[in-house]
Design a protein around this ligand. Structure first.
Ligand SMILES: *Cc1c(COP(=O)(O)O)cnc(C)c1O
Length: 261
């Protein structure tokens, strides 16, 4: 499917998008009430498969963070949209696409880093002036179809894959900045009993605490404030109550997506 790169939107579409975002932001604010000091979680509208005009409409309304899930689609959209957009990439990044990702000057945050190989390729292909923030993706639900590294427990050590990658980024990749962890989580967990804690969210929080412990033992004190990217349209308010710092919301803002051909 060709990405629609036209930037022209109707006033009606802009009003609809702004209304949806306002609703989501109000819910985010309400869910963040108990966080002290008060700091509402960041909203990252996920615009995959949606036309560039939808992004431009929200940009014109003042929004700057947007997320995409297909690297070619991001590479097509980024150059036609304003260059102060802070792009998040939330899809799987194959090593043969690392160079393409590094070539997008306003790629702000790669949310899905999960290998040393990709970290090294990004480090190699980013220019000296570029810093790319990264989250490491964690496969909290353990599903085969999900990417990401295994979560951590109290018995995890620096040689486990996740701490190994984190330490590699900190020590060897000065163009990358390790900012946090991300999970997608299982569909069932985010649609089941909403009164119970979501096991994926508890798992990511525990993994962050264990990673902070290991990094501290290795001499990296400052890493106990790692951000957590968790929560999507179905469960972002819940994710925030369970500690999320950044939520990725697509459908609730842009509407249902057509199936990608
Ligand atoms: C598509 C996507 C989202 C947004 O999902 P919605 O359910 O539409 O809000 C969030 N995160 C990732 C990684 C995605 O691919």
């Amino acid at each position: 499917m060709e990405t629609d790169l036209s930037l022209d939107y109707t006033p009606e579409r802009r009003a609809e998008l702004e209304e949806n975002v306002a609703e989501v932001l109000a819910e985010i604010k309400a869910a963040s009430q108990d966080i002290t000091p008060f700091k509402p979680a960041r909203l990252v509208p996920i615009s995959k498969i949606k036309p560039a005009s939808d992004i431009k409409a929200l940009y014109d309304a003042g929004h700057r963070h947007f997320g995409e899930n297909y690297i070619q689609e991001l590479a097509d959209k980024a150059p036609v949209l304003p260059n102060d957009i802070k792009w998040h990439f939330v899809g799987a990044l194959q090593s043969n696409k690392a160079k393409l990702a590094a070539s997008i000057p306003n790629l702000h945050l790669l949310e899905t880093l999960s290998s040393i190989k990709v970290a090294d390729l990004l480090q190699k292909n980013l220019s000296a002036e570029q810093t790319l923030n990264v989250y490491i993706q964690v496969n909290t639900s353990g599903e085969d179809a999900k990417s990401g590294l295994p979560p951590l427990t109290s018995s995890s050590s620096p040689s486990d894959p996740l701490p190994e990658l984190a330490l590699h980024v900190i020590r060897n990749c000065d163009r990358l900045h390790l900012l946090g962890l991300m999970t997608i989580g299982s569909w069932d967990h985010s649609h089941e009993d909403m009164s119970k804690p979501n096991p994926d969210f508890s798992c990511l929080t525990e993994t962050r605490d264990q990673l902070a412990r290991i990094l501290k033992d290795e001499g990296h004190e400052s890493k106990d404030e790692l951000e957590l990217s968790m929560g999507m349209s179905a469960d972002y308010a819940k994710a925030i109550k369970e500690g999320s710092s950044s939520v990725r919301v697509g459908t609730k803002i842009f509407g249902e997506r057509p199936k990608k051909q």
